[in-house]
Design a protein around this ligand. Structure first.
Ligand code: COA
Length: 328
């Protein structure tokens, strides 16, 4: 069994932060950022809550899907930037959109979140014959977690949200989800509850002072290295399960982290960059929201059409990675 993506929605915060804006508080410049990352600008939520952005994206997805929200059986919210430790963003979104018959929970697979979320939703649809629709929402307010003193990371991230209503179908579908926790310390934000000495005792370096609590820290080079192998592998593993080849794919929709990562992955796969959807220039890296935000872009500008086979491929903190091959 496969899935049909019935409708998708997106919410973009109004405020745009350009590369030039970063020049005011870190030593950087537009040219460095554009040539090293492909990013020109990104959105910033300010104090708009993650749940608000997620609810708006979800409402649009439900409206475009043309369904009654009461028929949604599960709301999965993919996020690493929840407004609360508890309750989940999913429960709040469930209430805001009137999905009163749905179970709801958050899923943290970092930037691979949407890939994990769609696959998890499919497994619910597969195993519950009474479940008609699933809603997967990715919502991220990374600007509240980046370290604006670290020029190597703060320039990468942006905020935004996107959502998809999914139903069962007999279209083709395959997935491959993976994790390599040995790379956990390469991309991490420490929670309030973990004292530095405990982190160190458990083998994690402690590069933060207490003032850097909650801030995203990364080893850019290690993440880069991981990503350039993870993306091609995620596609190949998912595709080989159902005998799909790269030539069958109309669009590759990768996690939007760095255009050089995407170019390297394309080269390794032997696929032209023309087949990759890239929205990095205007939104930066919005973690779990980057793949569905790019999908909405491609749907709205007519690039992504019904009947086309696509590959969603992601990687992120964990280190997680994964791919889905499906027909849109
Ligand atoms: N502006 C200007 N210079 C900067 C800079 C910035 N914003 N950030 C870093 N630099 C400097 C570095 O300090 C370094 O200077 P030095 O040579 O004097 O020490 C120089 O630029 C080169 O740094 P380097 O880290 O080698 O750059 P890079 O080409 O590897 O690019 C990243 C850095 C972060 C853009 C890149 O490693 C990357 O994208 N990694 C993956 C990160 C990622 O995707 N994270 C999220 C995953 S979900």
């Amino acid at each position: 069994m496969g899935i049909n993506i019935l409708g998708m929605g997106r919410y973009l915060p109004e405020q745009t932060i350009t590369n030039a804006d970063f020049e005011k508080f870190v030593e950087t410049d537009d040219e460095w950022i554009r040539t090293r990352t492909g990013i020109s600008e990104r959105r910033m939520a300010g104090w708009e809550p993650s749940w608000y952005m997620g609810s708006e994206a979800a409402k649009q997805a439900v409206e475009r899907a043309g369904i009654n929200p009461e028929e949604i059986g599960v709301v999965i919210c993919c996020t690493i930037t929840s407004d609360f430790l508890t309750p989940s963003m999913a429960s709040i979104i469930q209430h805001n959109i009137g999905a009163k018959n749905a179970m709801a929970f958050d899923l943290n697979a970092a930037c691979t979140g949407f890939v994990y979320g769609v696959d998890t939703a499919k497994r619910f649809l597969d195993t519950d014959e009474n479940m008609k629709y699933a809603l997967v929402v990715s919502t991220e307010a990374l600007s509240r977690f980046v370290d604006f003193e670290d020029r190597g990371s703060c320039i990468l991230f942006g905020d935004g949200s996107a959502a998809a209503v999914i139903e069962k179908s007999d279209k083709i579908y395959s997935s491959y989800l993976a994790s390599d926790g040995s790379g956990a310390e390469f991309l991490m934000a420490r929670s309030l509850n973990v004292a530095p000495e405990i982190a160190v005792d458990n083998g994690y370096e402690d590069p933060f002072s207490w003032t850097k609590m909650h801030k995203l820290m990364q080893n850019g080079k290690e993440v880069y290295k991981f990503a350039t192998s993870a993306l091609p592998k995620a596609f190949e593993k998912a595709a080989e399960k159902i005998g799909v080849t790269k030539d069958d794919i109309s669009w590759f929709i990768p996690h939007q982290a760095n255009v050089r990562i995407i170019e390297t992955a394309a080269k390794k796969l032997g696929v032209s960059m023309d087949k990759f959807i890239v929205t990095l220039d205007k939104f930066g890296n919005t973690s779990s929201a980057s793949i569905p935000m790019a999908m909405v872009d491609a749907i709205e500008n007519g690039t992504l059409k019904r009947g086309q086979k696509i590959a969603l491929i992601g990687f992120g903190a964990g280190l997680t990675y994964g791919g889905i091959v499906l027909e849109y």
